[in-house]
Design a protein around this ligand. Sequence first.
Ligand SMILES: [Zn+2]
Length: 189
Amino acid sequence: MSAYQPDEFEGVPTDAAADLAGVPDAFQRLWTPHRLVYIQHGQQPDEHTCPFCRAPEMSDEQSLIVARGEHAFVLLNLYPYNSGHLLVCPYRHVATYDEATPEEIAEIGELTQIAMRVVKQVSKCDGFNIGMNQGRIAGAGIAEHLHQHIVPRWALDSNFFPIIAGTKALPRLLGEVRQEIAEAWPASA
Ligand SMILES: [Zn+2]
C-alpha cells in the first residue's frame, strides 16, 4: 500500500503523513480522520523531515502533544491502536534507547508514569501495553527517532475488525482525546 485515500475524499486537499507525528502501521481506520493524510511507507525521515522533531515546533493542537517536559514530550499517536494511544519521545533525534542520556531516560520514565495515571483516570482502561520497538526489523514505524508506546487496553477492546478487514474501529476523534488528556495532565509535571 503506497497511499490510502477514501473515494469520497477525492479532490480534497490532504496533508502528507510525514508532516505529522505518528507511527504508521498496516491498519486502515474507520473514522473521520483528524486530518486527511496519505500513509506513506518505506521512507525514513532525517532530522529535517522527522515528524517527532517537527512536532514540538507546532502548537499542541496541531501536533497532538498532550504534555511537554524538559527533555521529552508526550503526544497522541496519529496511527493509534486504541483511543488514547500515546507516544513519549525525547526531543533529540536519537534512534535507540542506549543512545538516550540519563536525563532523557529519567524523564521518559516519569512521563510514562504520569501518562498511565492520566489515561487510567480519563478512560477507565483495564491495562496497558508499554514498549519501544527498536529498529525497523522490530516494527518501529519511525525507526530513526526513539519513542515509547503507551497503549491503553480494555477487557473488551479486541474484536474481529482487525482480523477480517485490516481495520480498527476507533470511536473517538484524536483532537477530542488530546484535549481530554491534556486537561487532565497535572500542572506541575
Ligand atoms: Zn527526529
